[in-house]
Ligand binder design. Structure first.
Ligand code: NAD
Length: 389
């Protein structure tokens, strides 16, 4: 078993170290903040105790997993790693500095990966003398629980490195999807309308947050409504991701952030963690009841869903990932009840195009432009997964 190095012992690095150690690797976990290393160690001990209490692992296994992680305060303490995954602060310059140093320390055949959510893998790889061994390995939070991992080759990445990385991560019990090195990769790109269109419906006064959440869970069968989910993620975090994606796409209006969310974030209404967001989480607070009008609910679900389908179709059109990987990413990464392209087939490609064109005609905004792929498929009578009758 090769040794694994993890850089950054925060939320993601700690989780990734746990996953690798559980798979049997000796892990070297480095952070430049000793307090963060100690927190990570304490947190893993708590997690392992809980798993033992619940009977998920036995005492000896829990001990073995913990003993396989070495908490180190220098990159020079990494012992012959076959793979290193970086999960430090989301800052291009800081990451590039670490990659430059790291490459001089690790063996020549060591794969070097970044867990970045939003930065360009090509820009990180470019500081290395051998950028062919660099790629993105994007885990979701919490890493030990979330099955999906997006693997992102940069234009410089060797195909053998991509293959080895996929194999290694799958051997850790994860499902991998391969995504092009573009903003938001698959999940954080395709999921934007789940929040953005819900916010737009709210801003237009068509329905309130409780009604939109009710429609999306009861009728749409999503696990969580968009406002409950934004409150859970944190409006500050969710807003920042949206703004980053918007900027990275050269201000494509499709990804335009919402003032409603910006103001909530500015006011400190961050969601659950601050006690208030779209909903009030303080003791004894009363939240509004949804308007359970079925027709309104169906309209809300279809408007958000068709925007998601359009985004997924466009990601396929632009070769961001394969049809299967786009559907897998959304069902396994964010627990959508169905793959969006499969959903498009069921709803009818024509129906999707008609709705997008109706919205576009009504608002005259580029935000509602229909993907050329959907339009072409409707014209040719095609489906994503089977030939149309
Ligand atoms: N939190 C998420 O939901 C999530 C999900 C997927 C990917 N990511 C990405 O993972 C990375 C880490 O995110 P996080 O949420 O774990 O952050 P975090 O703030 O919890 O942890 C980052 C850790 O990196 C350490 N660090 C900072 N600079 C360092 C340096 N130069 N050398 C060594 N250690 C350094 C910090 O001390 C800290 O412990 C980011 O790139 C983020 O975009 C985050």
């Amino acid at each position: 078993m090769t040794n694994v190095g993890v850089i950054g012992s925060g939320a993601m690095g700690s989780g990734i170290a746990q996953v690798a150690a559980t798979a049997g690797h000796t892990v070297f976990l480095y952070d430049n903040n000793p307090a963060a290393l100690q927190r990570s160690k304490d947190k893993l001990e708590k997690i392992m105790n809980r798993l033992v209490e619940k009977g998920r692992v036995d005492e000896a296994t829990a001990q073995a997993i913990q003993s396989r992680i070495h908490y180190v305060d220098s990159l020079y303490d990494f012992k012959e790693p076959g793979m290193v995954i970086e999960a430090i602060v989301e800052n291009l310059e800081v990451k590039r500095n670490v990659f430059e140093q790291l490459e001089l320390i690790v063996p020549k055949d060591c794969i070097i990966a970044t867990n970045t959510s939003s930065l360009s893998i090509a820009a990180i790889a470019a500081v290395c003398k051998d950028p062919g061994r660099v790629l993105g390995i994007h885990f979701f939070n919490p890493a030990p629980l979330m099955k999906l991992v997006e693997i992102i080759p940069a234009i410089q990445t060797d195909s053998a490195v991509l293959e080895q990385a996929c194999e290694r991560i799958e051997s850790w019990g994860k499902i991998t999807v391969v995504a092009k090195d573009t903003p938001g990769f698959i999940v954080n790109r395709v999921a934007r309308p789940f929040y953005g269109e819900a916010l737009r419906i709210l801003e237009e006064g068509l329905a309130d947050a409780a009604t939109i959440d009710w429609a999306m869970t009861e009728i749409g069968k999503f696990k969580m409504g968009p406002f409950t989910l934004m409150d859970y993620i944190g409006n500050d975090v969710n807003y920042t991701v949206t703004e980053t994606v918007f900027q990275s796409f050269f201000f494509d209006p499709r990804y335009k952030p919402s003032f409603t969310q910006k103001r909530l974030s500015e006011a400190g209404y961050l969601g659950r963690k601050s006690g208030r967001g779209y909903y009030d989480y303080r003791d004894g607070a009363q939240n509004p009841e949804p308007d359970k009008d079925k027709k309104l609910g169906q309209e809300i679900v279809w408007r958000i869903l068709v925007m998601l389908i359009n985004e997924a179709a466009d990601a396929l059109y632009l070769n961001i990932a394969s049809r299967e990987d786009i559907d897998l990413a959304m069902t396994k990464g964010v627990n959508y009840p169905k793959g969006l392209l499969q959903w498009a087939d069921e709803k009818g490609i024509h129906h999707c195009v008609e709705t997008m064109d109706r919205l576009h005609h009504e608002y005259l905004e580029d935000r509602y432009r229909c993907s050329p792929l959907l339009r072409k498929m409707a014209r040719d009578g095609m489906k994503f997964y089977e030939e149309a009758e």
